[in-house]
Ligand binder design. Structure first.
Ligand SMILES: [Zn+2]
Length: 92
């Protein structure tokens, strides 16, 4: 799928249409001491089964790509519609 580098969209912070630059959302680095991680470590330490099943039967082939729009006026970022496509290209 081809997506433009700049797009004219409504910005809820500026309350007008503004030029937005498009980038792809990337997950940040997980903190090793967040609540879910602490809970998992505690569960894994003790008796009993593994707390979460390891998922093997994947029905979906492609992961979602999340485009991020950055407003040229205020610099705030917002999400755009995400797509499950094999290839996601940002065109200049
Ligand atoms: Zn704005």
């Amino acid at each position: 799928m081809k997506y433009p580098r700049t797009i004219n969209r409504y910005c809820p912070y500026c309350r007008t249409h503004n030029q937005h630059t498009v980038s792809i959302y990337k997950k940040g680095k997980e903190r090793m001491l967040n609540h879910g991680r602490r809970r998992l470590e505690r569960k894994k330490r003790g008796y009993g089964s593994f707390p979460k099943e390891i998922f093997h039967k994947n029905a979906k082939i492609n992961k979602r790509t999340q485009p991020m729009l950055e407003c040229s006026g205020c610099g705030k970022k917002q999400y755009a519609k995400s797509y499950r496509v094999k290839k996601f290209e940002i065109l200049d």
